[in-house]
Design a protein around this ligand. Structure first.
Ligand code: ZN
Ligand code: ZN
Length: 548
């Protein structure tokens, strides 16, 4: 039977950790391997990656991982999964360089199988024919991926927009999408992130004018914060700086690395005598300085946030500085960002942010562009990916407006298994799927239990209960010892708890006391119930029972 299976392990019903499995006969290829960022209640968790149990179970069948582009939500999980999978990784020059940087940090001496793709040059991977197609996005060298399969062409748009005046001059290969449409696209898996935004997204180039305005009005230094990977944005900052007689310095290790990589690939043009060291800024007048910096998402360790906290050794914010937020807040980061913005104001800086300032545009297609992609490729089936349920729903609505029937629009979620055959498509059994939390120590596998403990600890504190038993004598020694940290108990609840535990222990029989595990369980349960009932709190309870 000729059939194709599509199994998203991440990125469907959420924004982040994009990863999709494509299966045909015995062959599997994986499109992207991204991470997402933790929500505020995931204490001590640095990043979230897809659960790859399914891939581990089918490891021998995997022919390779094909990357659409170098953003973290598409490549950020590689360093955590590649040891388990040991398969070749394919991507554009920049994608591979960005992935390599992260992989080398974790595996400095390891030979990894990384292969560079060229746009429009197709290659064979197992029983698949794979063709990368250039698209415009907020990162250069981004690809859509077309797969020739037994059931026809399957097209992953990757993250894209139609930018007709891209910063690097490289357009989305619209004619190629049209040709694929002529050949017959069986299934289109489309970016749906901006499906709720009507019209066309503005070109990345509008930021140049936004920067010009800010630079002209700035009384002193201009600081621009954006994603460390946003090469187009940094290029525009360099261009406008040169035009208006300012030097550019960089504060932030990741950003310096990205500029280094982009420069070595000739993907950024650094105007002559404009790029200076941060330490040399003070040799110039404040009105001759632009500083590019990391920290647009309120990341506590990024340069801008350390400046805002007056903890950055290399420079300080001062009166007259203008700080430009050239990025959109990723949902979940808003509180941290506003906190930084407020601190910057307090230190005398002017902060420029928001839509009206024209200092940021999205790298994702708006509704009309999404329709244009559908029009060019005229797929039989459409599946919105790279979006939360509301984005997928908005995309489905626009596809319906274009005449697509409900049966031909397929809304996938992580773990669902779409089977496409020559004469139809259906959903098969789900595969094991979920999220893996990576601790700030770098280890993957923070469990839900651990997370719950951390959450309880953070909000309600911890209670240590120490009990000493003399099981031979069949009695407890002294009374239970209670120590609390971070527990608010203003009405003598802890003393009462001590009495309750004392009662409990004195009423246990000699045989019951001999069972220290049982005593441990009883003490923990009673403590938890008491605190829940009297104070409506769930502190972490740590009991220890010692037989002396
Ligand atoms: Zn992207
Ligand atoms: Zn993305």
């Amino acid at each position: 039977m000729q059939q194709l299976k599509i199994i998203p392990l991440g990125g469907c019903g959420e924004i982040g950790k994009n990863m999709t499995v494509v299966e045909q006969g015995d062959d599997i290829i994986v499109i992207d391997a991204g991470l997402s960022f933790p929500t505020e209640d995931m204490h001590g968790v640095d990043i979230v990656i897809p659960d790859i149990t399914y891939l581990k179970e089918n490891r021998k069948r995997i022919k390779g991982i094909v990357l659409t582009h170098g953003h973290e939500d598409h490549v950020g999980a590689l360093a955590y999964i590649i040891n388990d999978l040991k398969v070749p990784i394919y991507g554009s020059r920049l994608t591979i360089e960005l992935a390599k940087r992260k992989l080398n940090e974790r595996f400095p001496d390891k030979d990894l199988d990384l292969k560079v793709l060229k746009p429009e040059e197709s290659f064979t991977l197992g029983s698949f024919e794979v063709e990368p197609i250039h698209v415009t996005h907020s990162l250069p060298d981004s690809y859509a991926i077309a797969l020739w399969t037994q059931i026809g062409i399957v097209l992953f748009t990757g993250d894209f927009k139609f930018d007709f005046t891209p910063i690097d001059g490289k357009l989305t290969e619209m004619s190629r999408f049209g040709e694929l449409g002529d050949e017959g696209v069986a299934l289109l898996l489309s970016d749906s992130t901006n499906a709720e935004s009507a019209g066309w997204s503005p070109s990345e180039r509008v930021v140049t004018d936004g920067f010009r305005k800010v630079f002209a009005n700035a009384q002193g230094r201009v600081l621009i914060t954006t994603f460390a990977s946003n090469i187009h944005r940094m290029q525009q900052a360099f261009n406008v700086a040169q035009e208006m007689g300012r030097m550019v310095a960089v504060a932030g290790r990741r950003m310096e690395q990205t500029i280094g990589i982009a420069n070595s690939l000739k993907m950024i043009q650094l105007p002559e005598d404009t790029y200076i060291r941060l330490e040399d800024c003070d040799k110039f007048d404040d009105r001759e300085i632009v500083i590019l910096t990391t920290g647009s998402q309120g990341e506590p360790l990024a340069a801008l946030n350390r400046m805002a906290n007056e903890e950055y050794p290399r420079m300080k914010i001062r009166q007259g500085d203008t700080v430009v937020y050239s990025a959109r807040p990723i949902p979940g980061n808003e509180a941290a960002i506003w906190q930084t913005v407020n601190r910057l104001f307090r230190q005398g800086a002017k902060v420029v942010y928001g839509r009206d300032a024209n200092v940021h545009v999205s790298g994702h297609a708006y509704a009309e562009e999404l329709k244009m992609m559908i029009n060019l490729t005229r797929p039989h089936y459409i599946a919105p990916v790279h979006g939360e349920p509301r984005h997928q729903a908005a995309y489905s609505r626009l596809a319906q407006e274009m005449g697509y029937s409900e049966e031909s629009i397929i809304v996938l979620d992580n773990g669902s298994q779409l089977v496409v055959e020559k004469d139809g498509a259906y959903m098969a059994d789900r595969v094991p799927c979920g999220r893996v939390l990576v601790d700030s120590s770098g280890y993957a596998g923070v469990t839900d239990e651990l997370l719950r403990d951390r959450r309880n600890l953070a909000s309600d504190g911890v209670v240590f209960v120490n009990v000493a038993i003399d099981s031979d004598a069949g009695k407890i020694v002294g009374s239970p010892d209670l120590v609390t940290k971070g527990v608010m108990a203003p009405n003598g609840e802890i003393d009462r708890l001590k009495e309750v535990l004392d009662d409990l222990l004195r009423n246990l029989s000699r045989a019951e006391l001999k069972d220290t595990a049982g005593v441990h369980q009883d003490v923990s349960d009673v403590t938890r119930k008491f605190l829940k009932k009297t104070m409506n709190k769930r502190p972490l309870v740590v009991a220890s029972v010692v037989d002396v």
